[in-house]
Design a protein around this ligand. Structure first.
Ligand SMILES: Nc1ncnc2c1ncn2[C@@H]1O[C@H](COP(=O)(O)OP(=O)(O)OP(=O)(O)O)[C@@H](O)[C@H]1O
Length: 579
């Protein structure tokens, strides 16, 4: 999995990578010709009578090399660094696509801030690895190998061996430190996830925090997290900060060795002064990539840690997927539940137990019951937000698992308890970013859900931009906006999950009336705590602890004098609109 995502990207960009590496190789190799030419020029000029023309030819070559290095570097940077940006975009989209496929059970156990850290920090670390760090290492390897080759071949084998003797020690040190950096960087990323999660949670819940005067304790919790993040960054710095100076120290030893032994060889006539100059030039060429290896190793280790984290997420298989060759026919809305039982992962008792019912097309089912009795769970199972444990849900006599997920979900419109309004215009919120509805359809949906008057009062009508999470809408307005979003789709099955709880009794009555007219012949499921919202349903079920306690029409249930009757009388006494 880890390699397959990366391989796919590299395959798609193989030509630009190949060209980029070719230019990079050319730039690095050509650069190593420079010290040799410089050395030859010095040897020429050390004679009292040298030919100026010969020196000028060498200078012209050096100028040509400089131009060549400039052109090749410009080209490879444009290819390799640009591809790293493409890789970043590729991973971002892969991650987002994957996250959209994962079911709510995944999100039940993950923190939002941590997931944001994946999308920002980890992807950026991967880009740095496969962009600048890869380029720096390839460049460095070519520079070092060709420089060392020229040192051996054109200067002196013994001098090269002596001068470069500290190199193996430097490399071992880098490998050892690199492992430590990778481990500590992983901890930093995890801490970052916790911090961003806390910030996100506090911003979302700022009203509750203020209402309960929790600012101080939230700040304390945040400070604790922040200190831990600081500590893990300090732990990381302790290792990563030690690496570059250690490498620089190793290199300083190389220069000293060269000075001592090289100058002696010049004096003894073993090498020319030009060779000594060229040798120093090569040593300087090697020094810069080796000194930056410390930085490269750090980027690599961070990148590998992030790549690991990303692939951990990418390799979680979505648990709700299409079967091979799924049904692609639009269902009409006949629903049947057969002995349905469902238990949430980690829960001790089932949320639903042995639920059986029939809801023919065109009928309306009312669901009522105490908090936690399983009403929302029942709704979520109908369009496969979770997989059914045991029992079966049939839609037009076909198991819902047989349908293509897209077709199944398109045939439902679900208005949840907690509605979500996007930071976009009113119109975009109703059509939900689909360009298939005209203005009349949008206005009609708004009228049916009794939000049209409010929208007309907004500064830009249907083009008014709603704040993030719809903060400039009241709770009731948000609910009605969500109902308009559901109605415009004219789905085979409409589910309102306590979606009228924030509107007043009169508005609720009007909305229910318009639903009765527009939803004639279509299947509806109304979940509510208020009897007034469901009393006209063709069948009402009373859920309690995941079981159907009672079922029947409003009149039949009242006659039974059971749980439904008790809810009804309590609501009558409380003055709630029950009829
Ligand atoms: N994601 C979840 N993970 C574990 N248990 C859950 C999850 N969601 C709900 N439950 C549990 O499942 C049971 C049924 O919850 P559900 O939300 O379906 O009840 P409900 O009847 O819709 O309640 P309410 O009227 O308060 O909305 C409850 O005991 C609840 O605690």
């Amino acid at each position: 999995m880890k390699s397959s995502v990366l391989l796919r990207f590299f395959k798609d960009h193989k030509y630009s990578y190949a060209a980029g590496f070719m230019f990079m190789f050319a730039a690095s190799f050509v650069q190593t010709l420079f010290p040799k030419l410089l050395g030859s020029a010095v040897d020429l000029m050390k004679e009292s009578r040298f030919e100026t023309r010969q020196v000028l030819v060498l200078v012209a070559w050096m100028a040509l090399i400089a131009v060549g290095v400039f052109v090749c570097t410009f080209l490879w940077r444009n290819m390799i660094i640009a591809n790293a940006r493409n890789l970043e975009c590729f991973y971002r989209e892969e991650l987002f696509r994957h996250m959209l496929k994962l079911s709510p059970s995944f999100y039940n156990t993950r923190k939002t801030g941590d997931l944001i850290a994946y999308a920002i920090n980890d992807i950026s670390a991967v880009r740095m690895t496969f962009g600048p760090a890869t380029a720096m290492s390839f460049n460095g390897i070519v520079l070092c190998l060709s420089s060392i080759y020229f040192m051996f071949a054109t200067v002196d084998v013994r001098l090269t061996l002596i001068t470069l003797s500290p190199l193996p020690l430097i490399i071992v040190l880098m490998l050892f430190t690199g492992r430590k950096i990778q481990m500590r960087f992983r901890t930093v990323q995890e801490q970052f996830g916790l911090i961003s999660d806390r910030v996100q949670e506090n911003i979302s819940g700022i009203r509750v925090i203020k209402a309960y005067v929790q600012e101080h304790s939230e700040m304390e919790k945040f400070s604790g997290l922040s200190s831990r993040m600081l500590q893990s960054n300090m732990d990381l710095i302790k290792v990563s900060a030690a690496l570059p100076p250690l490498i620089e120290f190793g290199f300083a030893v190389c220069f000293v060795l060269n000075l001592v032994f090289g100058s002696r060889m010049v004096l003894r006539g073993n090498i020319s002064i030009g060779d000594f100059v060229a040798f120093n030039g090569y040593l300087s060429l090697i020094a810069s990539p080796i000194v930056s290896i410390g930085r490269v190793v750090t980027i690599f280790q961070r990148g590998m840690a992030s790549l690991g984290r990303l692939h951990d997420i990418l390799s979680i298989p979505p648990d709700i997927v299409d079967i091979p060759n799924p049904l692609r026919v639009q269902p009409s809305g006949n629903i049947e539940l057969c002995h349905l039982t469902f238990q949430y992962e980690g829960a001790e008792v089932p949320a639903l137990r042995d639920i059986s019912l029939q809801l023919p097309k065109g009928h309306t089912l009312g669901i009522i019951g105490p908090t936690g009795s399983g009403k929302s769970t029942l709704a979520a199972l109908l369009f496969r937000l979770y997989n059914v444990d045991s029992g079966q849900i049939l839609l037009d006599n076909q198991d819902i698992n047989e349908y293509a997920l897209e077709i199944l979900r398109e045939s439902f419109a679900f208005v949840p308890q907690e509605t979500f309004v996007f930071a976009a215009s009113v119109k975009e919120n109703i059509v939900f970013f689909k360009d298939v509805y005209n203005d009349d359809e949008v206005e009609n949906a708004a009228r049916l859900s009794l939000i049209a008057d409010s929208i007309d009062g907004f500064p830009d009508g249907y083009d008014t931009i709603l704040g993030e999470r719809g903060v400039n809408l009241s709770g009731g307005q948000k609910q009605r906006m969500a109902i308009a979003r559901a109605l415009i789709r004219n789905p085979a099955v409409l589910i309102l999950d306590d979606a009228l709880s924030a509107v007043d009794a009169v508005t609720e009555g009007h909305i229910l009336n318009s639903l009765r007219q527009t939803r004639k012949g279509k299947t509806n499921i109304l979940i509510s705590h208020r009897i007034s919202a469901i009393l006209e349903a063709d069948e009402i079920i009373v859920l309690d602890k995941g079981l159907i306690r009672e079922r029947g029409t409003h009149e039949q249930l009242l006659k039974k004098g059971g749980m439904y009757y008790d809810i009804y009388t309590t609501q009558q006494e409380d003055g709630l609109p029950a009829s």
